[in-house]
Design a protein around this ligand. Structure first.
Ligand SMILES: [Zn+2]
Ligand SMILES: [Zn+2]
Length: 368
């Protein structure tokens, strides 16, 4: 079928919006008419080749839409179902079988390989293959071909226009708190970086009952939003010694910290700001090969933990519907993060994301 999609053709160059051809669903695949799709930091670092996704490629991995057609053997959804698309996982490896699909042994190939595991891509332009299947979806497009494993059914009245980001950025931040760190009510957390991921973590920390929630950023507008969404304290890292301030606020260091910026010096701060037995969650995706330093004795003596967290340790079929309910109850106001763009304005959305003008750009593609 003919689709319109945004293609990343060259490293660090703007997306080009083109008419392409998309195959129908094979066995186990699900064709989704995209209603809206979020833009995540990972889309931009793949366009810029921090991660070696083969180009040209249709990126986009926070799609939400309506099922149009299912391939042979698909029983989870049927045409007409409303779905959020999330990361791909194989379902067969040891970590998938242990219920941790975001650490799937095939994660890189399935999500960043630009093709199905057999090497084929469902997308082409005038007969020439274009890489697709990015995060099992390639949703910067009017239609996306997903798989049964990475479509999550949501209620018929769910607001699809804003739900796409639950599939990656939002579950990454919220899940790090609710699935991984499990802060006790009354505990303290400091979140470095208040973009979409960090703000999702702050909203989740409020739900979990943290009574000290510190947001750290260098953009005053973001700090204001962090306060509105649940931060009890907001620190401008450009003006304040954040580690010293966190130790003062918490009386010795935070119980939990999250590093969402992928800046090595900020990871150091996130570790330094912890108190005894504190845990630092590492979430920010850095350029491959990036190294960071920390004081070994400052980890050893206070018994600190440093833990990498992918996709918020989410089991999407369980966790995304929970976030949809929390949003419906007004306890997880993710709509506050969203700014809408048309698919044709994708380069403006990317620029606003990079320059901080938009927390979470969402591209409107079709009718809800
Ligand atoms: Zn797996
Ligand atoms: Zn993402």
């Amino acid at each position: 079928m003919r689709i319109t999609a945004a293609v990343a053709r060259e490293k660090e160059r703007p997306f080009s919006v083109e008419e392409l051809e998309l195959e129908g669903p094979r066995a186990g695949e699900v064709l989704v008419r995209v209603v809206a799709t979020g833009m995540c930091h990972t889309d931009l670092i793949c366009r810029d080749q921090w991660y070696p996704v083969p180009l040209p490629c249709v990126l986009g991995h926070e799609g939400a839409g309506v099922v149009e057609e299912v391939g042979e053997g698909v029983t989870k959804v049927e045409p007409g179902d409303r779905v959020v698309l999330t990361f791909a996982s194989c379902g067969k490896c040891a970590t998938c079988l242990r219920g941790k699909p975001s650490y799937c042994l095939n994660f890189f190939a399935l999500n960043f390989g630009g093709a199905r595991l057999d090497g084929s891509s469902p997308i082409s332009a005038d007969g020439a293959s274009v890489h697709g299947h990015f995060f099992g979806q390639s949703s910067f497009a009017t239609h996306a071909l997903a798989t049964e494993r990475n479509v999550v059914k949501v209620p018929g009245d769910a607001p699809l226009e804003i739900l796409g980001p639950l599939g990656c950025g939002v579950q990454t931040g919220a899940g790090a708190v609710l699935n991984t760190l499990h802060p006790e009510a009354g505990s303290s957390i400091v979140v470095f970086g208040t973009g979409a991921v960090g703000l999702s973590a702050i909203m989740a920390a409020r739900i979990a009952g943290c009574t000290t929630i510190v947001g750290v950023d260098v953009r005053p507008g973001r700090l204001e939003l962090a306060r509105e969404l649940g931060a009890t304290h907001a620190l401008n890292g450009a003006e304040t010694d954040a580690v010293k301030a966190v130790k003062e606020i918490t009386g010795g260091g935070a119980d939990f910290s999250l590093e969402t910026t992928a800046v090595p010096a900020v990871l150091r701060q996130a570790i330094d700001a912890l108190g005894p037995l504190g845990t630092c969650g590492v979430i920010g995706a850095a350029r491959l090969g990036t190294e960071a330093a920390f004081d070994m004795n400052d980890v050893l003596v206070p018994g600190k933990t440093i833990r990498g967290i992918v996709e918020g340790d989410s089991v999407p079929d369980v966790f995304i519907p929970r976030l949809v309910k929390l949003h419906a109850q007004g306890r997880f106001p993710l709509d506050r993060l969203v700014r809408f763009y048309d698919l044709g304005d994708i380069n403006e959305a990317a620029r606003d994301a990079e320059e901080g003008g938009a927390v979470k750009p969402v591209l409107r593609v079709g009718r809800g």
